[in-house]
Design a protein around this ligand. Sequence first.
Ligand SMILES: CCCCCCCCCCCCCCCCCCCCC/C=C/C(=O)SCCNC(=O)CCNC(=O)[C@H](O)C(C)(C)COP(=O)(O)OP(=O)(O)OC[C@H]1O[C@@H](n2cnc3c(N)ncnc32)[C@H](O)[C@@H]1OP(=O)(O)O
Ligand SMILES: Cc1cc2nc3c(=O)[nH]c(=O)nc-3n(C[C@H](O)[C@H](O)[C@H](O)COP(=O)(O)OP(=O)(O)OC[C@H]3O[C@@H](n4cnc5c(N)ncnc54)[C@H](O)[C@@H]3O)c2cc1C
Length: 627
Amino acid sequence: MAGFDDLASERSKAQFDVEEMKVIWAGSRHTLEVSDRISRLVANDPVFRKDTRTMLSRKDLFKNTLRKAAHAWKRIIELRLSEEEAAELRFYVDEPAFMDLHWGMFIPTIKGQGTEEQQQKWLPLAYKMKIIGCYAQTELGHGSNVQGLETTATFDPQTDEFIIHSPTLTSSKWWPGGLGKVSTHAVVYGRLIIDSKDYGVNGFIVQLRSLDDHLPLPGITIGDIGMKFGSGAYNTMDNGVLRFDHVRIPRDQMLMRVSQVTREGKLVQSNVPWQLVYGTMVYVRQKIVSDASCALSRAVCIATRYSAVRRQFGLQSNGIETQVIDYKTQQSRLFPLLASAYAFRFVGEWLKWLYMDVNQRLQASDFSTLPEAHACTAGLKSLTTSATADGIEECRKLCGGHGYLCSSGLPELFAVYIPACTYEGDNIVLLLQVARFLIKTVSQLGSGKEPVGTTVYMGRVEQLMQCHCAVQKGFLELSADLVQAAVAHCQLIVVSKFIEKLQQDIPGKGVKGQLEALCNIYALFILHKHLGDFLSTGCITPKQASLANAQLRSLYSQVRPNAIALVDAFNYTDHYLSSVLGRYDGNVYPKLYEEAWKDPLNDSVVPDGYQEYIQPILKQQLRNARL
Ligand SMILES: CCCCCCCCCCCCCCCCCCCCC/C=C/C(=O)SCCNC(=O)CCNC(=O)[C@H](O)C(C)(C)COP(=O)(O)OP(=O)(O)OC[C@H]1O[C@@H](n2cnc3c(N)ncnc32)[C@H](O)[C@@H]1OP(=O)(O)O
Ligand SMILES: Cc1cc2nc3c(=O)[nH]c(=O)nc-3n(C[C@H](O)[C@H](O)[C@H](O)COP(=O)(O)OP(=O)(O)OC[C@H]3O[C@@H](n4cnc5c(N)ncnc54)[C@H](O)[C@@H]3O)c2cc1C
């Protein structure tokens, strides 16, 4: 039968060791073992089913998410899962929920911005989930402009407290995940006011709900902000709205690693840079880059397997049509995405290392690499999420009409993924940060300060000094071009990190060769996409451009027989993929047919509403016809 045979035959053509590629993708043999074990644990647990998610009402969907989160937590305790295993469990459960913000933002904020005493007080409660926290920064009126936040935290020396207040409608907290219905606590960002003087934005731990009956505490108005894009998708999350009416908290609930307010109401700055107040965002942006390769590889896995099963036109001598994966147009859309998934995987690994390195330096009071870490996390978050969001949509189109069905898994994946282009910093706003960093680096070239890290190449480009003079005249005026420059800088990082990966010892028959082909596809595809820029700046000649395109076509042919094995190396279970088109066994058509009958509309042969709305029309037509 088509599908079974097609994918089996594709797998037999692979020219490399798939099991070794799985290790490369996972990062290590140990990580592969953990990820494989936990993915099966989730797939075999009926509580974690997700096949009806897109058909549930918001209330049922949300309650089901609470059920899954409670079950996940129970399993984590029962099985004594390590932090790594718990994170894998969350990944394979594949459902955004309040837990993400509790573990992914609330706890890291206390760790990064709290003093030793504050950590000792709050972290044990948070780790045991005796309190559940979220990250309440964004307001109705301001998200990107953090310094524009309006919530106030006014010190009251009489009582040794801060008074948290929302002075305007636009100061209402708006968007924080987990806030709407679940969190008992939040890190709230607000303006520190002492003696009528504004000292800018700081973080404060605020209890929102009673730990007895979950009701909001006095002075607090709280709720969910409403349905979001798509069915299922991010609607499992209770993004919330929050207003404060002069809510009092003890002074020691201001996060005081960066600056402290004394009992007398004096502000004391510590030796750490004030930008550490933005530290949680650096951590999460780094995580988002790692996750981009997961979302993109998932879409690519579905589109690649289906492209090998789907046949259209080109009847061959044996009487069967051509697999759509054999069309060069399909390859030229699909294989750059396959290469991007691998490229993002490796740059994500590197960024994780960079983040760990900067953290270690921070502990030792070395703040020198913080600006680069900020620029790299901001820029790569922007590049990888934009490319992944576009890539998922391209995969939907690569699957033709069936890609539009929820059972393909692609609509929900797209809907759940696209806010990544906005949250943790709008992608354009983040690229402007990178542009500023680049301009600053260029401006220091003449002063003898050698560029380091990802900007080391700047020391070799003489024309950059002239660029700097031009940009000095108008950053805002040139910002659209500067954003392009920031993207180019980030692309250079992605390609360099892929090349560095290839320089490592890579065991396994044919594995390195496949990775080299993918690396070249990624680099040449970027060149192809921006050919105009490369030609107009004289970086390459028209002859080189045409050679590069010829090389790209030849690389597609090289990857073609290995395409299915390259997506098998992601080691995704059918449960995780949640796609009829991307099934491991390729049994697409019978399962698509079967899936259709599960839709609630097919519960009855004659639909609800027939007698009210259809029958009268039909009868009317009958009368008109008689007339
Ligand atoms: C159901 C299953 C349950 C299973 C249970 C098991 C559980 C197990 C474990 C689970 C683990 C889950 C993990 C998941 C993790 C992730 C979840 C992610 C969810 C995401 C949700 C979204 C959250 C949010 O969106 S939070 C809000 C984010 N907001 C933003 O990003 C705002 C963007 N704006 C800004 O960052 C700033 O305003 C900015 C930078 C644009 C401007 O800043 P400015 O101060 O106004 O001005 P500027 O002059 O530009 O900067 C000054 C100065 O500071 C430097 N700078 C800026 N930012 C930083 C920074 N972040 N770090 C360091 N330095 C920074 C800047 O460069 C300037 O420097 P100088 O030039 O030297 O002056
Ligand atoms: C699903 C989701 C979950 C979220 N979770 C949380 C959370 O848990 N906690 C939290 O605090 N927040 C959260 N947020 C909020 C999120 O961080 C903000 O929405 C994000 O930072 C963007 O800010 P904004 O909405 O103010 O966009 P805006 O800044 O209003 O952006 C609107 C447009 O203006 C452009 N723009 C803005 N400034 C500039 C500029 N200087 N130059 C050029 N163009 C500009 C942008 O590019 C964009 O096109 C979440 C958001 C979403 C969508």
